[in-house]
Design a binder for this molecule. Structure first.
Ligand code: THU
Length: 135
C-alpha cells in the first residue's frame, strides 16, 4: 500500500523558499532565487541559485533542490514554489521545468502568480522517462 499524499501547506513552502532565497549566491545577476518543494514522504526541501564567474555555469535554484531531493532520501515532488528577491512567485525557467518534471511528473503542483497549476500546464507534451522505457 502506498503512503498517503501529504497535505500541502503553501504558506510554509513559500516561507521556506524565501529563506532559501536569502542564501543565494547571485553577485552577477543580482537576482536571488529560492525554491522549496514538498516531497512524497512529507519532508520539505529547498534550493537557491549559485552563480559563477563563468556565467554559463550558473546553477539555478532548482538544481540545488533536485540534489537535495536525492541527498536527503529521494522520493517524488508533490508541490513546488519558487520566489524571486522580492518574494514574488517566479515561473521556473524552461530547463528547470524539465528537471522538475523528471521527479514530479504531470501532477506536480506549482505555485504561480496566477495560482496553483499542474506541471502539465507549464510543460505540456513533456519529454520524460516514459519515452525511454523499453521493458
Ligand atoms: N534562476 C533560477 O535560479 N531559477 C529559475 O527558474 C530562473 C532563473 C536564476 C539563474 C540566475 O542565477 C538568475 O536566476 C538570473 O537568471
Amino acid at each position: 500500500m502506498s503512503a498517503p499524499t501529504p497535505a500541502i501547506d503553501w504558506q510554509l513552502l513559500t516561507t521556506r523558499a524565501n529563506e532559501a532565497m536569502t542564501k543565494a549566491y547571485a553577485p552577477y545577476s543580482k537576482f536571488p532565487v529560492g525554491v522549496a518543494a514538498l516531497v512524497s514522504d512529507g519532508r520539505i526541501i529547498t534550493g537557491c541559485n549559485v552563480e559563477n564567474a563563468s556565467y554559463g555555469l550558473t546553477l539555478c535554484a532548482e538544481c540545488g533542490l533536485i540534489s537535495e531531493l536525492f541527498a536527503s532520501g529521494g522520493g517524488r515532488l508533490i508541490a513546488f514554489a519558487c520566489v524571486d528577491g522580492a518574494g514574488a512567485y517566479l515561473a521556473p525557467c524552461g530547463r528547470c521545468r524539465q528537471l522538475l518534471f523528471e521527479h514530479g511528473g504531470n501532477e506536480l503542483l506549482v505555485m504561480t502568480t496566477d495560482g496553483v497549476v499542474p506541471m502539465s500546464d507549464l510543460l505540456p507534451w513533456a519529454f520524460g522517462p516514459g519515452h525511454l522505457a523499453h521493458e
